[in-house]
Design a protein around this ligand. Structure first.
Ligand SMILES: *Cc1c(COP(=O)(O)O)cnc(C)c1O
Length: 328
């Protein structure tokens, strides 16, 4: 694929490991790709997208990154870390209220020196783009040139990070001598899924890419992924022709809602931590892997031999509500 430009910010390639005990328990071969280990300050999936988005920002001569997310956004934290590293500014529009107790990603945002504006859920849903444009205009008055990164860096350019991750997986398949028949990932804003799907398709690889949505519903994300596939093609020059029926989003694991945990999800995360020494997060990967294992138990994955789950990170998202559900 051509027209790809990125700066190097993540520790790549990330390892692929077999989950031996879980595989034995389920009677299927389960592997995990450690995109939670792309870095420490920048850990998780967003840094792969930022490698492309921030390159574009620097090429345009920008000295500020503006982005948005929930108060515990992994994406906002990774953006704050990248900005500090590059010596440019970060301005975060966060959904929530200034909390007395600094914790998790929000704590790190502060530590990294990001400027923060809090907005209500309603403002976030209806006018976050306007708010970011307003911040950009105000920064311009102070002589800064800002670059706006949308939620989750899930646009065409950000998704290129996961086209690249798919290419990385195909290379690792050769090195490991394993063919992954199914690849599963959490879906929050869709860019990770779209990038994997696009590169899987243009490489004529026959893996099935599964997304497990952690908010909204499958129909919403199928539509969103189709839009993102179009946006990706404006960078690569190659459109792919697929419809909603070709996009495999597994619904039914949102639970209580975005960033809200159920006891059974936390019990699952705790069991896996003790079984494999792998820690998932309560907001994305815990729900997605809980869903994947649930589907495997139901037999939905019987046609697949080797299954790869992408651990997209989120360690700093262990909020106090999720922590309270841990059995001590
Ligand atoms: C953002 C995020 C996801 C979802 O990725 P999208 O590209 O937004 O769908 C999954 N896991 C973690 C830990 C995340 O922070």
């Amino acid at each position: 694929m051509h027209s790809r430009k990125a700066i190097s910010l993540a520790n790549l390639p990330t390892k692929i490991e077999k989950l031996e005990k879980l595989s034995k328990e389920l009677g299927q071969e389960i592997y995990i790709k450690r995109d939670d280990q792309t870095g420490s300050e920048v850990s998780g999936n967003k840094i792969r997208k930022l490698e492309y988005a921030v390159k574009e920002a620097l090429d345009k001569g920008c000295d500020y990154l503006i982005t948005c997310g929930g108060i515990q956004s992994n994406h906002a934290r990774a953006t704050a870390a990248v900005a500090a590293k590059l010596g440019i500014g970060a301005y975060l529009v966060l959904r929530g209220e200034e909390e007395n107790e600094l914790e998790g990603n929000y704590f790190l945002d502060k530590l990294l020196g990001a400027k923060i504006r809090f907005v209500t859920g309603e403002e976030y849903s209806n006018k976050r783009m306007d708010i970011m444009e307003e911040i950009k205009a105000n920064l311009a008055k102070e002589g800064h040139r800002a670059y706006i990164i949308p939620e989750g860096a899930s646009n065409g350019i950000g998704s290129l990070g996961y086209c690249n991750a798919m290419d990385e997986i195909l290379k690792q398949e050769k090195e490991l001598g394993i063919k992954f028949d199914a690849i599963a990932v959490a879906v929050g804003s869709g860019g990770t899924y779209a990038g994997l799907y696009y590169a899987n398709h243009v490489n004529n690889n026959d893996s099935v890419i599964y997304g497990i949505n952690v908010c909204n519903d499958a129909d919403h994300f199928k539509g969103r992924v189709l839009e993102l596939l179009k946006e990706i093609s404006t960078y690569t020059g190659k459109e792919i022709h697929v419809g909603k029926k070709d996009i495999d989003i597994i619904d039914g694991y949102v639970g209580k809602g975005y960033a809200l945990s159920r006891q059974e999800e936390i019990d699952f995360i705790q069991k896996l931590a003790r079984q494999e020494g792998v820690i998932l997060d309560p907001v994305y990967t815990g729900k997605a892997m809980y869903g994947l294992v649930g589907e495997i138990r139901k037999g939905s994955f019987n046609k697949h031999k080797n299954i790869l789950f992408i651990h997209t990170g989120g360690i700093f998202g262990w909020n106090s509500f999720a922590r309270a559900l841990i059995e001590k």
